[in-house]
Structure formats: structure tokens, C-alpha cells
Design a protein around this ligand. Structure first.
Ligand SMILES: CC(C)(COP(=O)([O-])OP(=O)([O-])OC[C@H]1O[C@@H](n2cnc3c(N)ncnc32)[C@H](O)[C@@H]1OP(=O)([O-])[O-])[C@@H](O)C(=O)NCCC(=O)NCCSC(=O)C[C@@](C)(O)CC(=O)[O-]
Length: 299
């Protein structure tokens, strides 16, 4: 299949990127990050997560973040909502999109959201319904699509089953998460081939972590299969609090460099994005995990 002409980037740095930071990140810093990402041309920003602050303290200021954003025209500001309580909080802030998040592994689901896969889907049903009644589109995440920190290999058929259920329940798009970054290109292609039997490829997103340094190779592999939505995190920030050893998402700067090199448009100003990655990593005293960002900033 030819590469897509355009790829939509879902920037998850302010949420996935920061949720696991051990030290509190000031709300003002999150807001400045979101603003800088918008100025760099990113048009979909996952900004916060309405989860229990006991489970993920770093996202405890979700309301302040969502209401503090100086919204720019043409940008979607989204938030995670695992249950009705989260959705209600998010709706009060004028969120434009929400996401529910499940997984293809029972053990990960239990560790992450404290229920079974079946219970998680039951819990998501009223969230999706209420969001749709409010005119808010719902994205669906499926984690551990290429491996689970507790169960190891995950069958593509299981990924397809959970993805299909979420899609049929009303999620407009399914983001496939290699939560612990263990995937390889052939595994990623095989998983996608099975999932896309039930869900059109243009409704599937790749959400790959870079723990084993394979994320860009995996993305190239799924781009060849027709994927045109990619989740990434500026400076490669991140890691999941309930997946020990998971490192950050693939870095947005690296993805944009790859895509532009393939002649695929993103609408993103790479230099400004690299400056944003440099700024946030300096601000929270983290190494910049983007090779492209580091190269551009030391030029
Ligand atoms: C889902 C729950 C809440 C269940 O947690 P629970 O303990 O089973 O829930 P509960 O309903 O029994 O409530 C317990 C307490 O939490 C409160 N509570 C309940 N819900 C909320 C809420 N929405 N917002 C704020 N507070 C909430 C509730 O009010 C109560 O407070 P208490 O009475 O004890 O004071 C919990 O497990 C949780 O918050 N988990 C979040 C885990 C998380 O955020 N993980 C990271 C995101 S997923 C990810 O990163 C992967 C992804 C998406 O990026 C893709 C990939 O890479 O694979």
C-alpha cells in the first residue's frame, strides 16, 4: 500500500508524557507546554486525564489544566476519562474530545483500572453514551497490543476482539498501544493485519512506546500498511505508571522528521517542536529522548 499523503499526529506529551513524573509538574508548566505545542502546529493535544488522583497524582490538576488552556482555533484539546466520574469532570471543563482506555491483557487491566476487561467495557458503555449525548467524540485506547508486562505475548486476536468491541460501542477511533515498547515491525504488521479485518485502517492509530528502540521501525512498518494516525510525545517523555519499565512514547520530533522525509505532511513546524522538547526537558530536568530534537538543538 502506498504511504498516506498526510498523517495526523496525536500529541500525548502533556498526558502520557507527564503522568509518570515522580516530582510534581506545575500546572503553569503543563499549560505552557500545551501552548507551545499548539504554536508548533500540533492540532490534537491530549492535555489531561480525569483519573483518580490517588492512582495518578500527577494528573490531579486535570480540571485546572483543561480550564487554563488558552485555546487556539483548529486545535482539539482532549482528556482521558476512565469512568462517568471522570467524564463528568471533563465535561465541566469544556473538553472537546475524551478517551476511554482498556487493554488486551486481563492482568494489565486489573493493575491499571482495577477491573476485568469485561467490567471495563461495561464501565465504558455509559461513558461513551453520555459523551455522545453531549456531542463529544470518544477515542478508545487498547493497551498491551504487542506485549504485556505481566502476561508476555498477547494474541492479535485478543487485541482485535477488544478493539472491535470498543469500536462497535461508539469509539470513533481505536489507538493501539504498545505500552511497554516490546513490539517489532513484523509483530506490529501481523497485529494490525488481524485488527484491521474488523476496523477500517483509517480508524486505527499507532501508539508506540520506544522502550526497546523499535518504535520508529514499527511505525514505518504500519505506515506501509496504511496507518495515518500516530500518537507521540514531545521529547519522548513518558511511561505508564502501571507498566514497570515502560519508557516514553516515541518522540514527536523523530516521527515528524521521519514523516517529512517520506514526503508525508503533518502541518508541524519541526524546529518549533524541537524547541518545545528542549524547553520542557530543561524545565522538568529530564533527558531529551528525541534524537532529532537533540540534533537540531545542538546544531
Ligand atoms: C479507574 C479508577 C478510578 C478505578 O479505581 P477504583 O479504586 O477501582 O475506583 P472506585 O470507583 O472504587 O473509586 C475509588 C476512589 O477514586 C475516586 N475516583 C474514581 N474515579 C475517579 C475519577 N475519574 N476522578 C477522580 N477520582 C475518582 C472515587 O471517588 C473514590 O474516592 P474515595 O471515595 O476513595 O475518596 C482508577 O483505577 C484509576 O484512576 N486508574 C487510572 C490509571 C491511569 O491513569 N493509568 C494511566 C493511563 S493509561 C495509559 O497510560 C496507557 C495509554 C492510554 O497511554 C496507552 C498505552 O500506552 O498503552
Amino acid at each position: 500500500m502506498p504511504f498516506p499523503k498526510q498523517v495526523r499526529l496525536v500529541e500525548v506529551g502533556a498526558r502520557d508524557g507527564l503522568q509518570n513524573e515522580p516530582n510534581p509538574v506545575a500546572t503553569e508548566t503543563k499549560l505552557e507546554l500545551i501552548d507551545r505545542l499548539g504554536a508548533a502546529g500540533v492540532n490534537y493535544i491530549e492535555a489531561a486525564s480525569f483519573v483518580s488522583p490517588k492512582w495518578v497524582p500527577q494528573m490531579g490538576d486535570a480540571r485546572e489544566v483543561m480550564t487554563g488552556i488558552q485555546r487556539r482555533e483548529g486545535i482539539t484539546y482532549a482528556a482521558l476519562t476512565p469512568n462517568l466520574k471522570g467524564l463528568e469532570g471533563a465535561l465541566e471543563t469544556g473538553v472537546q474530545e475524551v478517551a476511554v482506555f482498556g487493554a488486551a491483557s486481563e492482568s494489565f487491566t486489573k493493575k491499571n483500572i482495577n477491573c476485568t476487561i469485561a467490567e471495563s467495557l461495561e464501565r465504558f458503555a455509559p461513558v461513551i453514551e453520555k459523551a455522545r449525548d453531549a456531542g463529544i467524540p470518544v477515542r478508545g485506547y487498547v493497551s498491551t497490543v504487542l506485549g504485556c508486562p505481566y502476561e508476555g505475548d498477547i494474541a492479535p486476536e485478543k487485541v482485535a476482539e477488544v478493539s472491535k468491541t470498543l469500536f462497535e460501542m461508539g469509539c470513533y477511533e481505536i489507538s493501539l498501544g504498545d505500552t511497554i515498547g516490546v513490539g517489532t515491525p513484523l509483530k506490529a504488521k501481523r497485529m494490525l493485519e488481524v485488527v484491521s479485518r474488523d476496523i477500517p485502517i483509517d480508524k486505527l492509530a499507532a501508539h508506540f512506546h520506544d522502550t526497546y528502540g523499535q518504535a520508529l521501525a514499527n511505525l514505518y512498518a504500519v505506515l506501509e500498511e496504511g496507518i495515518s494516525i500516530i500518537d507521540s510525545s514531545v521529547a519522548g517523555l513518558g511511561g505508564c505508571p502501571y507498566a514497570k519499565g515502560a519508557s516514553g512514547n516515541v518522540a514527536s520530533e523523530d516521527v515528524v522528521y521521519l514523516l517529512h522525509g517520506l514526503g508525508i505532511q503533518t502541518g508541524i513546524d519541526l524546529q518549533k517542536l524541537a524547541e518545545t522538547g528542549h524547553w520542557i526537558t530543561q524545565s522538568i530536568q529530564r533527558p531529551n529522548r528525541s534524537k532529532v530534537g537533540t540534533a537540531l538543538m545542538t546544531k
